[in-house]
Ligand binder design. Structure first.
Ligand code: CUA
Length: 161
């Protein structure tokens, strides 16, 4: 097959760019792999939980708010296809809430539009985020990770009053 000179140059250019890309990727992966274990999440310990038994395992066998201080709460939540537990959570206005959330099936999202609450919910791991609910009202919780057929419908509401 006859190949135009310019085409040949572009082909060589393309192949060498791919080579550079793969090299960078390889070095990046190596650098990540060489990190000491436990240092990936900047000092926070990684909390693991078995997604198959999480519903029977404390504290996720008793979902919802647990008072831990002066208007300060732990909120234990569970994500699943396609919803969140507990169903109706009420938070006192002004409360500082430490969310602890995990998934019992696939990867989900946990996002409260209008706030900076946005995290990934991974089966086998407990994710944490703290938020102070200064404004009363109804807060929508959305799943922003594609998780299956009813992903678009996956949501719940938190009432702050
Ligand atoms: Cu859960 Cu999308």
């Amino acid at each position: 097959m006859h190949m135009h000179k310019l085409e040949k140059i572009w082909l060589i250019f393309g192949v060498s760019m791919l080579g550079v890309f793969l090299l960078v990727l390889g070095i990046g992966a190596f650098a990540l792999g060489a990190q000491p274990p436990g240092d990936h999440d900047h000092g926070h310990h990684r909390e693991v939980v078995n997604p198959e038994t999480v519903e029977q395992t404390a504290p996720f066998n008793d979902l919802g708010l647990k008072k831990i201080g002066d208007n300060e709460y732990d909120a234990y939540m569970l994500a699943f296809a396609f919803g969140y537990g507990p169903e109706n959570m009420e938070i006192p206005a002004g409360a500082t809430v430490h969310f602890h959330i995990t998934s019992k099936d696939v990867v989900h999202g946990f996002q409260i539009p209008g706030t900076n609450v946005n995290m990934m919910v991974v089966p086998g791991e407990v994710n944490h985020l703290t938020y102070k609910f200064t404004k009363p009202g109804e807060y929508l919780v959305l799943c922003n990770e594609y998780c299956g057929a009813a992903h678009e419908m996956m949501q719940t509401r938190i009432l702050v009053k």
